[in-house]
Design a protein around this ligand. Structure first.
Ligand code: SDX
Length: 435
């Protein structure tokens, strides 16, 4: 990572110039190492939103926003999404390489045999209203896990981190399915050890005690692909939240709960729910004929209307996950005979118009993973409010791997950014009669 290159910072106020090392990675932009900047100059850098800031040195996920490239541990997402299953990808993201046959059998067995949750956890759900948003429930349940597993709470113990990783990956599908069943007043369905990870989730979501649940392989494959496409994504908002939260030394369950809470936002993981709401609104307005009217609102700076599912902080080309998600859409609709799904047709019409519109082209706003993921999930039968909870289920492995990488970095310390202060100067408290 070291490099002979350096950046020289000179100051017009006569302060002495300083040299800062430039560090290069295996791919992507070099970084200017500013760790000594404050000590040398008494000055901070300023970068709200971190558009020009590398927060860490990572080996997990690489994104080339201009090329529309996404690699997990060097493997292209297109190959992982078609040649692997989600647990292969979990093993890869956690351990740095794909499992061999023995490693896969062992990992799958361990995850499968940790899918049950403590029976007491179901009573947490009883405290929520039936119409509570699933992300409110999942934020609570993820944090509540820290009250049940005292043997895997110490973040600084690699063995305890490994146990909590298996527990979290294994139990998130069960918790998401429980949140759904609670919302519809159906009994919770226990996991089954003879089903795949995605098949188990689909059964816990849709089975009832009244009849055997028939697993549909096309829908299970689509769900598994949705998990793969959402597994990790470099230093996005929720991952950065997990890293910052874990840097205090809190337990892994609390750190993941923080990630769930951040992902909920409509600018981030909540975009798939917001995107489907947007498509439904346009459909209510009159469908394809009303797209122009909607796009006009989006361009109007006075309206807060955004084209949900479009744009990305990093991708300034097509999000490769959106392409794969659109293919999955076609597969699911063919399987379910939904060729004339009006929302899918509306989404494709909206995408076509937006990709030709100068407003979006000039701002490099392309469809992101959330644009089609909602349509696929809706076709599978997932209720809209549950979309982001499924995103959180999938992203849990990425959050854990990023947390592990940070904790294992000998240079890591508690994250504590500084600020540019523009508040009141020092002043004295006056008696209330004089205020
Ligand atoms: C995810 O970070 C990740 O990796 C996230 C994620 C992951 O896997 O973890 O990829 C998952 O969160 C995907 C993004 C989902 N969000 C949405 O689809 C919500 C809609 N998109 C936007 O809110 C927005 O595009 C962001 C938040 C995603 C990115 O915003 P930026 O990079 O901060 O860009 P910006 O808000 O400064 O916008 C730049 C310009 C502005 O116009 P001008 O002020 O220059 O005139 O583009 C406009 C914005 O108004 N713009 C949009 C728009 N997104 C940006 N205009 C209309 N519709 C949009 N969607």
């Amino acid at each position: 990572m070291s490099s002979q290159n350096k950046a020289t910072v000179s100051f017009s106020d006569g302060s002495p110039a300083i040299d800062l090392p430039i560090l290069g990675g295996s791919s992507g932009p070099d970084v200017i190492d500013i760790r000594k900047l404050y000590a040398l100059t008494g000055k901070f850098t300023y970068d709200p939103g971190f558009l020009s800031t590398a927060s860490c040195n990572s080996t997990i996920t690489y994104i080339d926003g201009d090329k529309g490239e996404l690699l997990y541990r060097g493997y292209p997402i297109e190959q992982l999404a078609t040649k692997c299953d989600f647990l292969d990808v979990c093993y890869l993201i956690l351990n740095g390489d794909l499992p061999d046959a023995t490693q896969k059998t062992d990992f799958d067995h361990r995850v499968t045999h940790h899918t049950m949750v403590h029976e007491q956890l179901q009573f947490f759900l009883r405290g929520f209203r039936r119409d509570a948003h699933p992300m409110a429930v999942l934020t609570g349940l993820a944090g509540a896990l820290s009250a049940f597993y005292p043997d895997s709470m110490n973040l600084n113990d690699a063995h305890q981190r490994e146990i909590s990783a298996i527990r979290l990956i294994a139990k998130m599908p069960t918790l998401v399915a429980m949140a759904y069943k609670y919302s519809v007043g159906e009994p919770f369905v226990y996991p089954r050890n003879d089903l795949s990870y995605a098949g188990n989730f689909m059964r816990m979501m849709f089975a009832t005690p009244c009849e055997d649940y028939k697993v549909n392989d096309v829908l299970v494959r689509a769900m598994d692909r949705i998990f793969i496409l959402h597994a990790d994504h470099e230093q996005n908002a929720s991952t950065s939240t997990v890293r910052l939260c874990a840097s205090s030394g809190t337990n892994p369950f609390a750190a993941i709960a923080a990630g769930v809470a951040c992902l909920w936002g409509p600018a981030h993981g909540g975009a798939n729910e917001a995107c489907l709401t947007m498509l439904n609104d346009i459909q209510q307005m009159g469908g394809v004929e009303k797209i122009g009217e909607f796009i006009t609102k989006v361009k109007d700076k006075n309206s807060s209307v955004r084209l949900m599912g479009f744009g990305h902080r990093v991708y300034k080309n097509y999000d490769p996950r959106a392409k794969l998600m659109r293919e999955t859409c076609h597969e699911v609709q063919n399987e379910l005979g939904l060729h004339d799904d009006p929302l899918f047709k509306l989404a494709m019409a909206l995408e076509k118009i937006a990709l030709e519109d100068e407003y979006f082209v000039s701002r490099k706003l392309y469809p992101n993973v959330d644009f089609y993921s909602g349509i696929v999930q809706r076709a599978i039968g997932i209720p809209v409010p549950l979309f982001t909870a499924i995103f959180a289920l999938a992203r849990t492995v990425g959050w854990i791997a990023q947390l592990n990488e940070m904790i294992s970095d000998p240079e890591y310390k508690i994250g504590r950014p500084r600020q540019l202060y523009n508040g009141a100067m020092r002043r004295d408290v006056q008696p209330i009669q004089q205020r």
